[in-house]
Ligand binder design. Structure first.
Ligand code: ADP
Ligand code: MG
Length: 399
């Protein structure tokens, strides 16, 4: 789960991390009122969307010459003008995809006199089972380019969670950022505070870009991206309360209502599978046959008619889907019951694309018979390889 920048900053402030003053706003009036409560004379109006690259982003409605989603305002009037430009419009950044994201919230924050921009992030590194703390002297809006062309300018420090953040980790951060004197000490303190927040909040990722050195010699967090380990959210009701459903894929929200694990992908073939392992194998075998899955969808152990129908609707709500492959193992659920669910669902949703079904398990023969007699154009498959080959062939035939 992701949260907005202003929410992440409010969480980090509780750990003592230095952040510029700022106030969220949902309307132009609120943005103006927020600016009036800040010291000025510089303000920054920041679009709050769950995607980075806002500064270099473009608003669809404002043409190619307009500025992006992070604007430096020199007066309250400018804050008002920028808020008007941003609210309700669609910001396209390298992270949003072409569709962009509508800006419904702003964050009005204190303008900071920046001496230098640094980069600092933390992720749970599955390969080492540890927290990777990544820092660079080259922070700011071009970090992707730095990682690509000058990877030597990025330093990774690995922290064993059992050991925790030790003073030498802090010194390593300060050294990598080439900081001296008081700034060196501040880097040690802030990296420890950020690590403590990362662990206490069960973050999956925390990115500070930029972490800035101000003209008057302080280290401040200017931008934050924070995401959480969804398996640990039950421990953080306060974090769950920050969820902004307008930022999430509507199909994924719908899926979560039926307890379906659904993730949209870029391909053409919708998949409905029970069990995450089988879902992964199904996606692999579709790729092996030369096409790409349109989604990951695990209907779980108890694939009821209701769940199967909901799953069909969700898959078909994606206009990219050109065919559906159902791959279900009837272990807890019997295959005939699953077949009935598929038939009922296919009738209800007026299936408009080819459907290949591979069933295996208890009462499989009965299940296949039901599908064959249903009068629906369901193609039955015998195994994983057969199923993938058939759906790819059906989709190509229909094209
Ligand atoms: P994004 O990463 O989505 O583009 P940032 O919050 O990092 O958005 O803002 C982009 C750039 O805008 C920063 O690298 C920084 O140079 C500038 N900026 C952001 N916030 C402030 C601020 N409070 N004061 C001055 N400059 C800022
Ligand atoms: Mg940034």
């Amino acid at each position: 789960m992701n949260i907005h920048e202003y929410q992440a900053k409010e969480l980090l402030a509780k750990f003592g991390v230095g952040i510029p003053a700022g106030i969220p706003a949902l309307t132009v009036e609120e943005a103006v009122a927020a600016a009036k409560r800040l010291p000025g004379p510089l303000y920054v109006v920041k679009a709050q969307i769950h995607a980075g690259g806002r500064g270099k982003g473009k608003f669809k409605e404002l043409g190619p010459d307009a500025k992006g989603g992070v604007r430096l305002a020199k007066s309250i009037d400018e804050v008002e003008a920028f808020a008007k430009e941003m609210l309700g419009n669609t910001l396209v950044t390298i992270q949003t995809g072409e569709a962009g994201k509508q800006v419904n919230r702003l964050y009005v924050t204190d303008g900071v006199d920046i001496a230098k921009e640094y980069y600092l992030s933390m992720v749970v590194d599955r390969a080492t089972g540890r927290v990777a703390l990544i820092v660079s002297t080259e922070g700011g809006m071009d970090i992707e380019e730095v990682a690509h062309s000058t990877p030597e300018k990025i330093t990774t420090i690995v922290i064993d969670p059992a050991e925790g953040f030790m003073p030498h980790h802090g010194r390593a951060v300060a050294f990598a950022l080439k900081l001296k004197g008081d700034l060196n000490k501040q880097a040690q303190v802030i990296s420890k505070q950020l690590y403590e927040a990362f662990v206490a909040l069960d973050c999956a990722m925390l990115e500070i870009n930029p972490l800035v050195e101000t003209a008057d010699g302080n280290l401040l967090v200017l931008d934050t991206k924070m995401s959480f380990d969804s398996n640990a959210l039950y421990r953080h009701p306060d974090v769950v309360a920050l969820r902004d459903e307008t930022e999430e894929d509507p199909a994924e929200i719908e899926a979560s209502k039926y307890d379906l694990a659904y993730i949209k992908l870029d391909g053409d073939i919708g998949c409905m599978v029970n069990g995450a392992g089988l879902a992964m194998a199904t996606m692999d075998i579709i790729k092996l046959n030369g096409m790409f899955p349109a989604n990951f969808l695990d209907v779980g152990g108890g694939a009821t008619t209701e769940k199967v129908t909901a799953a069909f609707k969700i898959i078909l709500s994606d206009p990219a889907v050109k065919g559906i492959l159902v791959n279900i193992f009837g272990g807890i659920m019997k295959c005939d019951v699953i077949a009935e669910g598929i038939i009922a669902a296919a009738k209800e949703v007026n299936l408009s694309v080819p459907l290949v079904v591979r069933l295996e398990g208890t009462n499989v023969e009965l299940g296949k018979e039901l599908m064959a007699k249903s009068g629906l154009p369901i193609v039955s498959a015998d195994n994983l390889g057969d199923a993938a080959a058939k759906i790819v062939a059906e989709v190509k035939k229909a094209a």
